[in-house]
Design a protein around this ligand. Structure first.
Ligand SMILES: Nc1ncnc2c1ncn2[C@@H]1O[C@H](COP(=O)(O)OP(=O)(O)OP(=O)(O)O)[C@@H](O)[C@H]1O
Ligand SMILES: [Mg+2]
Length: 260
């Protein structure tokens, strides 16, 4: 990336929970920077502080001390109503549980966030269909959640998170309910979407292999950053190329199956 512009900055972050007499140092002095347009994964074992960190980045929880600067704004000093407005404007979430509404079909589920923004129905539907196509679900746009597999529902959840074109996307174990093949596909898809839409993606995972799709890998243990690795320009280019080739291969395979 030629111009590196920090979009997330974390400085001296601590989160200490009190449990009776005990103190749990969920985050114990964390510092890092994530640049615009990056896919960053945060990796660590269970209890290492990943969700605590992500929740704090998203302004869902307040740090004990430290600074979090997102898109130039300090999160730790914002009031609740300011945080709500900030999230609505800048942030999208992909959750482990995809929380789709059972009575709505795929288009309606994906279009829902646009309803809250007052976008008209025709535009909403058009955008939702575009996003469903992007996540490979063109043939399931009228399906309701119960008529789709877990992986398909997860992709609808992803389309819904992306439809409002958030600057920053936070994902906590987004492939937690998927088998390894579908997880791999989701990763490739997220990788591609971030490249194409120039968004910033921060993904929490305990899976080293999936974390490898990211441009930047932040490893945490016991609430501390133990390493930060960054892909070189050359490595990023190679990954982008190989994913394009894979997507193309898949397209051709589908085409072949339709013909035969
Ligand atoms: N509300 C809370 N009160 C007290 N302790 C908490 C609270 N939330 C988290 N913790 C503790 O903080 C530590 C980090 O928890 P966190 O949920 O961030 O881990 P994690 O890395 O997301 O784990 P997992 O992979 O299992 O989701 C753990 O020791 C946990 O028990
Ligand atoms: Mg967690």
């Amino acid at each position: 990336m030629a111009n590196k512009e920090p979009v997330i900055q974390v400085k001296g972050l601590y989160k200490i929970y009190r449990l009776g007499q005990e103190r749990v140092r969920a985050l114990n002095g964390v510092d890092f920077v994530i640049n615009r347009g990056e896919f960053c994964s945060i990796v660590g074992t269970s209890g290492s502080g990943k969700s605590t960190l992500l929740n704090m980045l998203a302004g869902l929880e307040k740090p004990t001390t430290g600074e979090i600067i997102i898109a130039g704004e300090h999160m730790e000093t914002k009031k609740e109503n300011q945080l709500v407005a900030f999230r609505r404007e800048h942030i999208g979430f992909i959750f482990q549980a995809y929380n789709l509404l059972p009575t709505l079909n795929a288009i309606e589920n994906v279009a829902l966030p646009l309803t809250f923004q007052g976008v008209n129905k025709k535009t909403r539907t058009k955008r939702a269909v575009e996003l469903l196509k992007l996540v490979g679900l063109s043939s399931h746009i009228k399906h309701k959640p119960t008529q789709m597999s877990g992986g398909q529902q997860q992709r609808v959840g992803m389309a819904r998170a992306l439809v409002v074109e958030p600057e920053i996307i936070f994902a906590d174990e987004p492939t937690g309910n998927l088998d390894s093949v579908t997880s791999e596909e989701m990763m490739q898809l997220m990788r591609r979407v971030v490249y194409e839409q120039k968004q910033t993606l921060v993904m929490v995972t305990h899976d080293d292999h999936l974390a490898g799709y990211a441009d930047r890998i932040i490893r945490i243990r016991d609430g501390k950053v133990i390493s930060i690795t960054e892909k070189t320009e050359e490595e990023r280019r190679k990954m982008a190329e190989s994913l394009r080739a894979k997507a193309q291969e898949k397209k051709e395979k589908v085409r072949g199956e339709q013909k035969g």
